[in-house]
Design a protein around this ligand. Structure first.
Ligand SMILES: Cc1ncc(COP(=O)(O)O)c(C=O)c1O
Length: 405
C-alpha cells in the first residue's frame, strides 16, 4: 500500500529545499533567461539542464556517427553509447534482473505503446482473451490497444476490451470494480503511473494485487519518470514506457523497458533504420542528471508546490479543481497528487483563461489535454510543475487567478 504522506506540505519543506532548488534552477538556461515568464507546462515537455545541452554539443562535435555500422572510432563509440544507454535506463528503473529485460529506444511514449501493441501484444493473446484499457487516460494509452483488437479480429482472433473502471470523484482507478471485472482471461492491463490531467499517482501496487501475478501490466510512465522514483522492482510491472523529452532529454526521445519473463519476448519487429543517436546521448545524460539530483527530492518539491497551488485555489470560489480533492491531505493513503494541478473557471472558457494567463507571463496547457473519450469533455487549464518552478511563481499565479474571480 502507498505509504501515508506526512512530509509533503508546508513552509518547512520549502525552506528545507529552497537553497537546493535555487542551485538547480540556475542550471536551466531557458528558464533563467526569461525571469518574466513562468513555464508551467512540464507535463507536455520539460526544459533541459545545461548538462544535457553540453552532452548534445559534445556528442555532435566529437563523436557524431551512425551506430552499428562502421568500424572506425566514432561509429564504435556511438554503438557503445547506445548499448550503455540501455544499461543506463535499466539502472535508472532499479531493474533487479537486467539480464532478463530489454530496452528499446523510441520517439516517445506514444511510439513505445504502439510498438508494444503492434509487435508484441498479438503473440500474447488468444481468442477469447481480455485486455483492460484505461479509457480516461491519455489517448496514447488507448488507441494502440483498440487498433490491436481490430487487427487481431481481422485474423479471426477476437479479444475483449474491458474499460478500466474509475472513481469519478477522484480520477483514480476503481480497484474494487477492477477486481470484479478481471478474471482468468485477463491477460494484459494497460495502466498509467501518474494521470496527466488529475495528477494522481494511480496506485499500481493495487492493480498488481487485483489482477494477480500472471497478468502483464504495461505502465505508461510519461508523467512519472523524472518526477518521482520509479522502481520496476517495487512496482512489479512488465513494461515501462516513457518519453525522454518529458524527462529533460531532447524531443524525439523515449524508451520501452520490457521484462522478458512474463509472456513472449519483446523484440520490436522490423528494421527501423538509423537510431536517434544524439537523442539517446541526451537521454543517458538526462537520466544521470536526474539520478544525481534525486527523484525523491524532485517529488517532494513539486508536490509541495502543487499543494500550495491547490490550497490557494480552494480559497477562490470561481475555480473547480479536477481530480482528487483529498489527495494532498497528509493522511491520504489512497491517491497522492503529484506536481500536476488541473482546474477550470466557472465563467471563463479554458482557452481564454490560457490566453489571459499568458498575458501575465504564465505558460500553461488549456483545453482537453488529449484525454481519452471517457475523459473530461469540458476544457480546463493544467499547471504542471518541475524542479525549476518556484514558490514565487505559484504565489504570483494565485494572485492573478484571484483577480479573475
Ligand atoms: C500520460 C501520457 N501518456 C502518453 C503521452 C504521450 O507522450 P509523447 O507525446 O511523448 O509520445 C503523454 C503526453 O503528454 C502523457 O501525458
Amino acid at each position: 500500500m502507498t505509504a501515508p504522506r506526512t512530509d509533503i506540505q508546508g513552509p518547512a519543506l520549502i525552506e528545507e529545499l529552497g537553497e537546493w532548488q535555487r542551485t538547480l534552477r540556475a542550471q536551466f538556461p531557458i528558464v533563467t533567461a526569461h525571469p518574466e515568464l513562468a513555464y508551467l507546462d512540464s507535463a507536455a515537455t520539460a526544459q533541459k539542464p545545461q548538462a544535457v545541452l553540453d552532452a548534445v554539443h559534445t556528442y555532435l562535435t566529437t563523436t557524431n556517427a551512425n551506430a552499428g555500422r562502421g568500424t572506425y572510432p566514432w561509429a564504435n563509440r556511438t554503438t557503445t553509447l547506445i548499448e550503455q544507454a540501455r544499461d543506463r535506463v535499466k539502472g535508472f528503473l532499479d531493474d533487479p534482473a537486467p539480464e532478463r529485460s530489454a530496452v528499446h529506444f523510441t520517439s516517445g511514449t506514444t511510439e513505445g505503446l504502439r510498438t508494444i501493441a503492434r509487435d508484441w501484444l498479438p503473440d500474447l493473446l488468444a481468442d477469447g482473451d481480455e485486455i483492460v484499457v484505461p479509457v480516461a487516460d491519455h489517448e496514447a494509452n488507448i488507441a494502440p490497444w483498440l487498433e490491436a483488437q481490430r487487427q487481431l479480429a481481422r485474423q479471426g482472433v477476437h479479444i475483449r476490451v474491458r474499460p478500466m473502471p474509475y472513481q469519478r470523484s477522484s480520477g483514480d482507478y476503481d480497484h474494487i470494480a477492477l477486481a470484479e471485472l478481471a478474471g482468468g482471461r485477463t491477460r494484459f492491463v494497460a495502466a498509467t503511473h501518474v494521470h496527466h490531467v488529475y495528477g494522481g499517482d494511480m496506485n499500481i501496487h493495487r492493480i498488481r494485487r487485483v489482477v494477480g501475478p500472471d497478468a502483464v501490466i504495461c505502465l505508461d510512465a510519461a508523467q512519472s519518470i523524472g518526477h518521482l522514483p520509479v522502481s520496476v522492482a517495487d512496482l512489479d510491472v512488465d513494461f515501462v514506457v516513457f518519453s525522454g523529452h518529458k524527462a529533460m532529454a531532447l524531443p524525439g526521445t523515449g524508451a520501452v523497458w520490457a521484462r522478458q519473463t512474463r509472456g513472449p519476448e519483446f523484440t520490436p519487429g522490423g528494421w527501423s533504420g538509423t537510431p536517434n543517436t544524439v537523442g539517446v546521448a541526451s537521454l543517458a545524460t538526462a537520466l544521470d542528471w536526474l539520478d544525481t539530483v534525486g527523484a525523491d527530492r524532485i517529488e517532494r518539491w513539486t508536490v509541495a508546490l502543487a499543494a500550495r497551488l491547490t490550497d490557494g485555489l480552494r480559497h477562490l470560489d470561481a475555480y473547480e479543481i479536477l481530480g482528487c480533492r483529498a489527495s494532498l491531505a497528509a493522511d491520504s493513503s489512497v491517491q497522492r497528487r503529484q506536481g500536476i494541478v488541473t482546474f477550470r473557471h466557472h465563467a471563463i472558457d479554458s482557452s481564454d483563461l490560457g490566453f489571459i494567463l499568458f498575458s501575465h507571463g504564465f505558460m500553461i496547457r488549456s483545453d482537453q489535454h488529449c484525454q481519452g473519450r471517457a475523459g473530461e469533455r469540458t476544457g480546463s487549464v493544467r499547471v504542471s510543475l518541475h524542479v525549476y518552478n518556484t514558490v514565487e511563481e505559484i504565489d504570483r499565479l494565485l494572485g492573478v487567478l484571484a483577480t479573475l474571480g
